[in-house]
Design a protein around this ligand. Sequence first.
Ligand code: NAD
Length: 260
Amino acid sequence: MLKGKVAIVTGSTSGIGLGIARALAGAGADIVMNGFGDAGEIEKLRAGIESEFKVRAIYIGADMSKPAEIEKLAKEATARMGRIDIVVNNAGIQHVAPIQHFPPEKWDAVIAINLSSAFHLVRHTLPQMLDRNWGRIINIASAHGLVASVDKVAYVAAKHGLVGLTKVVALETARTGVTCNAICPGWVLTPLVQKQIDARAEREGIPVEKAKLDLLGEKQPSLEFVTPEQLGGLAVFLCSPAADQIRGQAIAADGGWTAQ
Ligand code: NAD
């Protein structure tokens, strides 16, 4: 279905981004990977996508907190792959603290990586999508793009902002073949969440398994984690013709979190 299309997935060296990159490759798209990590591990993941799905995959290690590197990512990806058709803004970080103890530099970093990076990557890639009258922009927001939790002021603000950005881009592209939507996952068991589980286990002096169940029980009625594969499937659907008129939506895949 996506043969001949090129997708950039930011933060695709781990977790949800990797799941989405693999799913898009499974649907035939060539992939531009991005994110931090051990060079050897990243090369294994990149080569694995190429050999498993018979697509082209390249890696460009831009730091998504830096506007100049984002511009370079868009330019280099276009030069090496010939085009960009699908942008998945997924790179993200978390910091947990009450607002009066929230370090301002953490606020700046969370807003830069989780929100401003999407603004920059979209502004650098949208013109070529409009030229071809086809494109998909998928922003990985969060249940925290729809509702709040304590101690996550920067993350919740960034994700609500990302949902707002999604709606504006969808309206500005409404009469074109480019669509823009957000995916809002609930808890997914990735390194980003494992850190929060470990911190909870230590803080409360409980086993990690109990901390995991408590975390789910607090927010996610299904009591099951969402998986990167499920989110990959949703991203592929958003790239399909069936999704041509899905525009500006914040689609929750959250085990019932935001139905409460
Ligand atoms: P993760 O920590 O497994 O992956 C994050 C990815 O972003 C990694 O590839 C990392 O290298 C990359 N990254 C971080 N900072 C970067 C930077 N400055 N420049 C480039 N890449 C950078 O986390 P994840 O859980 O897979 O999260 C992916 C996205 O999904 C994030 O936006 C996160 O907010 C969102 N999300 C996660 C959950 C969850 O429960 N895990 C739920 C809702 C939304």
